[in-house]
Ligand binder design. Structure first.
Ligand code: DQA
Length: 146
């Protein structure tokens, strides 16, 4: 069984009602169901969400230790969490793929969203495609695993 961790930071549990004009009307449960439905046989998509920086960092540590590829929407932590970046750097050091995803395109939004402290240690970044950002990220992870 291949497991891909799909980790989500603060306020992403509010998708569906949170600024739908920016983030769409799908809930995180909808996104999870879509990813599960399109996952090939033998692939588990483990979707988690937290508003707690420490919990998110703990999940990254778990991914390092279990060598699990990560699709990460760090939400607002993207823009300022050096602690999350330092955790993500351990994935890079271990050669474990990390795809940073965003529903919106932060570069077309407020200036504070133009900086990502995560991108420098991510394998790649997918942003601006709504819930398809997750789908594209998972597809790439699967392709990269051969
Ligand atoms: C986001 C973009 C971030 O700037 C914001 O803080 C979020 C969601 C996105 O998916 O577009 O919470 O990561």
């Amino acid at each position: 069984m291949t497991t891909i961790l799909v980790l989500n930071g603060p306020n992403l549990g509010r998708l569906g009602t949170r600024e739908p004009e920016v983030y769409g009307s799908e809930t995180l449960a909808d996104i999870e169901a879509d990813l599960a439905a399109s996952a090939p046989e033998g692939v588990e998509i483990d979707v988690r969400q937290t508003d707690d920086e420490a919990e998110l960092i703990g999940w990254i540590h778990e991914a390092v230790d279990r060598r699990l590829p990560v699709v990460l929407n760090p939400a607002a932590f993207t823009h300022y969490s050096y602690a999350l970046r330092d955790a993500a750097a351990q994935l890079q050091q271990a050669g474990v793929p990390l795809v940073e995803v965003h529903l919106s395109n932060p570069h077309s939004r407020e200036a504070f969203r133009h900086t990502s402290v995560i991108s420098g240690v991510a394998t790649g970044v997918i942003a601006g495609f709504g819930s398809d950002s997750y789908r594209l990220a998972v597809d790439w992870v699967l392709r990269s695993q051969g």
